[in-house]
Design a protein around this ligand. Structure first.
Ligand code: ADP
Ligand code: MG
Length: 271
């Protein structure tokens, strides 16, 4: 019977970049939706106190009674905090503003960096999801450290702008620090260029530099700057639902296929 098929191991991807406004949340929402559209079962964890991913997916405040805050504080299981979205194959653990207090409240508690990893552990075993995407705040604080300690790999959105490479080196150092201490197996799934503007020669130059530096780590897919992408969250919809045909939606679908292929290749190598 189908339900006796051994389930494929869950992959936990953290969407991280300490810079704000580079497309983390947009990528978490829309890559998540695109992965669900190609048949994956996706859980998005909103680990930013601003809760933009929760809002962007149309989760009303009335459905944010149990949130990631309660999970990290040990007052709820991750499964208790899961909210189903309108999209088949896409669930979310919403965030609440009180998430910003976690750093202080956890203080010097033992395993303070492993709260999220411990919370995700049960669903690694359950087979309910094939991907967890974690949306991070724009800093390298305890929430981001928890996300990196819990993740199998980092997915880095990079906006094509002047200081992009500098910021990326800082992130890479952080990933190396986390590898050296909390999570030796943390990989980089890839770097995705976001808000690419064809008419802007700087976009093109930055993209070239980033590819020269990071080679095949950078996805072939580039996310274009597209007004439909920025409009969608105000309707509480992923852009793929808001306007499937627009360039932004099509780019996120392409990115999802690339992510899936990378994962398939990785599993083949490991086998
Ligand atoms: P972060 O989570 O890194 O802070 P966001 O995903 O919130 O960044 O994006 C920052 C802003 O840029 C948002 O207003 C978002 O709607 C907009 N944006 C992100 N990606 C695109 C895109 N491809 N085209 C147009 N606007 C975008
Ligand atoms: Mg964000």
């Amino acid at each position: 019977a189908a339900d006796q098929k051994p389930h494929r191991a869950l992959r936990v991807l953290v969407v991280a970049n300490q810079k704000g406004g580079v497309g983390k949340t947009t990528t978490a929402i829309n890559l998540g939706t695109a992965l669900a559209a190609v048949g994956e079962r996706v859980l998005l964890i909103d680990s930013d106190p601003q809760g933009n991913a929760s809002t962007g997916l149309g989760v009303p405040h009335s459905k944010r009674k149990i949130t990631l805050y309660d999970v990290l504080m040990g007052d709820a299981a991750l499964t208790d905090a899961i909210v189903h979205t309108d999209l088949p194959g896409m669930d979310i653990v919403p965030a609440h503003a009180d998430l910003s207090g976690v750093e202080l409240e956890l203080g010097q508690q033992a395993r303070r960096s492993f709260k999220l990893r411990d919370a995700i552990d049960p669903i690694r075993q359950s087979g309910s999801y094939t991907y967890v995407l974690i949306d991070c705040p724009p800093s390298l604080n305890l929430l981001t450290v928890n996300a990196m300690a819990a993740a199998d790999a980092v997915l880095v959105p990079l906006q094509c702008e002047f200081f992009a490479l500098e910021g990326l080196s800082q992130l890479v150092r952080t990933i190396e620090l986390v590898r050296g201490s909390l999570n030796p197996n943390l990989e980089i799934q890839g770097v995705v260029l976001t808000m690419y503007d064809r008419r802007n020669s700087l976009s093109e130059q930055v993209a070239k530099d980033v590819r020269a530096h990071f080679g095949g780590t950078v996805y072939a897919t580039v996310i274009p700057r597209n007004v439909r992408v920025s409009e969608a969250p105000s309707f509480g919809k992923p852009v793929l639902v808001y306007d499937l045909k627009c360039a932004g939606s099509q780019a996120y679908l392409k990115l999802a296929r690339e992510v899936v292929v990378r994962e398939r290749d990785r599993r083949a190598k490991a086998a």
